[in-house]
Design a protein. Structure first.
Length: 232
């Protein structure tokens, strides 16, 4: 089931990239494991078909990595959920990249917690793409200041921008949000990566320039009986 799901996702990723005139190989899949049972995550990593895994909570990633043992080291672990400053010390060591930096205070805590003499921690600035109070991220107008501040921290490496599109119907209505993030990247962080798009809208995100997409539901979900019986 996992392999079939991954093959279908890869096919859709390639098609979306080709529609936009992009190299399909330039788009990376981050497998979001936050809701997946441990056995499913283990099977995914054993397949060798994914190179990056995304988790939303420090404690969940810590538990899964411990249970997976050496298998956990076969992928890069990215933190994609909101990170409280008081958990930055643990996150800076546990994760290979932190994609949810939304404040100078958090960036400073991550930099301070990174072991001295080691490689800088790759991070992304999370931008708020909706007006919802419950969504985290730096406001677009405050992004230039955050970028400048993060670049000045010695133990962080700013890789790009991450954003979560609003949940709109029809799904095509999310396209302006992705375009906004791309425009912000082009203006303030030329050459930076774009981490945007999830199970529902990843094809639109790829068409709008996503370099990383985050997919969990469509990897780990069981197909419905109707979809199993439907012709290809």
């Amino acid at each position: 089931m996992l392999i079939d799901n991954l093959n279908k996702i890869r096919y859709r990723m390639r098609a979306a990239a080709q529609r936009a005139g992009r190299d399909p190989g330039a788009v990376r899949l981050v497998a979001v494991t936050k809701y997946a049972p441990l056995e499913a995550v283990k099977a995914l990593l054993e397949s060798g078909l994914v190179a990056e895994a995304g988790e939303s909570r420090v404690q969940d990633a810590e538990r899964k990595k411990a249970a997976l043992g050496s298998l956990a080291g076969t992928v890069r672990w990215r933190l994609i959920g909101h990170l409280q400053t008081n958990k930055a010390k643990k996150a800076a060591v546990l994760f290979d990249a932190v994609d949810c930096v939304d404040s100078l205070r958090l960036a400073q805590a991550l930099s301070a917690a990174r072991p001295e003499g080691g490689e800088p921690l790759p991070v992304m600035a999370q931008v708020k793409l909706t007006g919802r109070e419950t969504q985290f991220g730096v406001a677009p107008q405050e992004l230039p200041g955050l970028i400048e501040a993060v670049r000045a921290l010695p133990r962080l490496k700013l890789e790009g921008l991450m954003g979560i599109a609003p949940d709109l119907e029809p799904v095509e209505a999310v396209r302006p949000a992705f375009r906004l993030l791309r425009d912000l990247r082009d203006r303030h962080l030329p050459g930076g990566l774009l981490n945007m798009g999830m199970s529902r809208d990843f094809e639109i995100a790829i068409e709008e320039g996503a370099d990383l997409i985050r997919i969990g539901t469509q990897i780990f979900s069981q197909p419905s009986p109707a979809s199993q019986e439907a012709p290809e």
